[in-house]
Design a binder for this molecule. Structure first.
Ligand SMILES: [Zn+2]
Ligand SMILES: [Zn+2]
Length: 509
């Protein structure tokens, strides 16, 4: 049984609600990365399992757009120092292409969710506050400031300062949401009176004039949005942590039962800094730059693969995400157990094989179509959808090769005979190449298996180990002693070209 189904069954058994809301929340303060995506993938899987069980369930994502910018991250220009402390919905887009800082990082992520086929209702925290959805929660929180303070102290064991209030006003002079202190309030007028570090004394409305402290905010939104299920990073689940606090705030202040928690482990990124170095394992973090944004990963692998990589692992286990060879192994596994990538002919060519074909075509798409045909696949140029699917798969492969592939999988088909390297071949190897050339008859076409057998025949005819023949072939074609499966490589190349190349190599002294 998939873990998502086991969780869905447990929810139906334990919870009394007949309608469920599965909530997720991520702050778009930087690129939303593959590590963040785990929360959505888990929520989506459980939501789908509930729907398959005929349970009424919704899937929502709350973008924390009203959170302050914590510090000037390394990817921000110097002048963004002045924006630290302001809500990210109120800060300009650092690249000027969206209406706010928050949207700049949120929109590519929402587009990725579309690509991933995840249908999710979007709420933006700043809009929720501005529209008044939080008014009653704020009123209650301010009225019960002392109870909240006591709960936080009891659960976390931390001392809460006397001047602490659960509401952080947005200063109308300096624009920060982190530097004003509430001095008084009017529940009737739905406003607080504050003093800011910048010297400003002002009035802030419950409607968009500030936000609840985050532990209180978390509990408040459960009630506002009827949340019954929520996955979150395991750090929040630690005893005395934010979920424990939220649980008590929810029941004691808001008279609402906390959602069914699904704590999950991190995704650790395993990546080599440069070729030849040992891969480093780091927790994914946007602020430290150790992450791969979801939209970037989706340029190099199809969405179903990214989804598979994350959803195959139970939430309580960590994932070591290595986008190089281990990711390719997972793609192999997916193709074996679940299905091909892409529709039409594209879906019948294994991804690993496609990596070879794309490199043989050297960026020339019409040559790629020829290469695919020579490899034994039927391609119909007039079938637009089929061609589009091949194009799509080509883009994934090209991006994966450029960004993540280990050098062992990369090669360059040599347009001319690599004369220097050929000199390193033994006479026996040259003889083998000559035999290979003689075997190629006009107009013949061999499958990869045929080629494979032929190499072994030539090896035994020349009394050589097959690996020496392989090596000679790779050097003659790729200027390197190893390469992709030789059968695949030879089958995808034009036989005339091969004949000429092997002859030229055999004659070179
Ligand atoms: Zn932008
Ligand atoms: Zn101020």
């Amino acid at each position: 049984m998939h873990w998502s189904l086991a969780i869905a069954k447990d929810i139906v058994e334990r919870r009394k609600e007949k309608k469920h809301v599965v909530a997720t929340g991520i702050t778009p303060s930087g690129d939303i990365h593959v590590g963040n995506l785990r929360e959505i993938i888990i929520a989506d899987a459980v939501h789908s399992a509930l729907i398959n069980m005929d349970v009424d369930a919704r899937l929502i994502y709350i973008a924390d757009t009203f959170d302050p910018l914590r510090r000037r991250y390394s990817f921000l220009p110097e002048e963004y120092e002045t924006h630290v402390g302001k809500p990210i919905s109120e800060i300009p887009d650092p690249e000027g292409c969206h209406s706010s800082y928050a949207d700049h990082f949120l929109q590519p992520f929402l587009d990725s969710l579309d690509d991933l086929g995840i249908k999710i209702e979007i709420f933006k925290a700043d809009e929720m506050y501005k529209s008044g959805m939080y008014v009653d929660m704020i009123k209650e929180a301010i009225a019960r400031r002392e109870d909240l303070s006591r709960i936080i102290e009891e659960v976390s064991g931390r001392k809460v300062p006397v001047e602490w209030t659960p509401f952080n006003p947005l200063c109308d002079v300096c624009g920060r949401i982190t530097s004003a202190i509430v001095k008084g309030y009017s529940p009737d007028k739905q406003e607080v009176y504050y003093e800011c570090e910048c010297g400003n004394k002002g009035v802030a409305s419950f409607k968009g004039g500030g936000k609840l402290a985050w532990r209180v905010d978390w509990a408040a939104r459960w009630k506002i949005l009827d949340v019954t299920i929520e996955p979150f990073g395991k750090d929040h689940a630690a005893p005395g942590g934010s979920f424990d606090t939220g649980k008590r705030i929810s029941s004691e202040i808001y008279n609402y039962g906390a959602p069914y928690p699904i704590p999950f482990e991190h995704i650790l990124l395993k990546m080599k800094e440069e070729e030849g170095t040992k891969a480093k394992v780091t927790a994914m973090s946007s602020s430290r730059g150790t992450n791969i944004p979801v939209h970037e990963m989706l340029e190099a692998v199809p969405p179903e693969i990214l989804k598979h990589v994350i959803s195959r692992v139970r939430p309580e286990k960590h994932i070591e995400f290595d986008p190089s060879l281990p990711l390719l192994h997972l793609i192999d596994e997916y193709e074996r157990e679940i299905g091909g990538i892409g529709r039409g002919v594209a879906g019948t060519i294994p991804f690993r094989h496609f990596i070879t074909l794309v490199q043989i075509a050297r960026g020339n798409f019409s040559e790629l179509l020829e290469v695919i045909k020579r490899s034994g696949y039927e391609v119909h140029e007039e079938n637009e959808e089929g061609i589009n699917e091949i194009e799509k798969k080509t883009k994934y492969v090209e991006n994966w090769l450029r960004k993540y592939a280990p050098s062992s999988l990369k090669f360059e088909l040599q347009s001319a005979l690599p004369t220097e390297e050929i000199k390193s071949l033994s006479d026996a190897q040259k003889k083998a190449l000559k035999l290979m050339a003689q075997e190629i008859k006009e107009g013949m076409s061999l499958s990869s298996a045929d080629w494979h057998n032929k190499i072994y025949e030539v090896a035994s005819a020349t009394n050589m180990e097959a690996k020496e023949v392989f090596k000679a072939i790779y050097i003659a074609l790729l200027k390197q002693p190893s390469g992709p499966r030789a059968g695949w490589l030879l089958a995808s190349l034009d036989t005339e070209f091969l004949k000429e190349r092997f002859e030229a190599a055999a004659e070179k002294v």
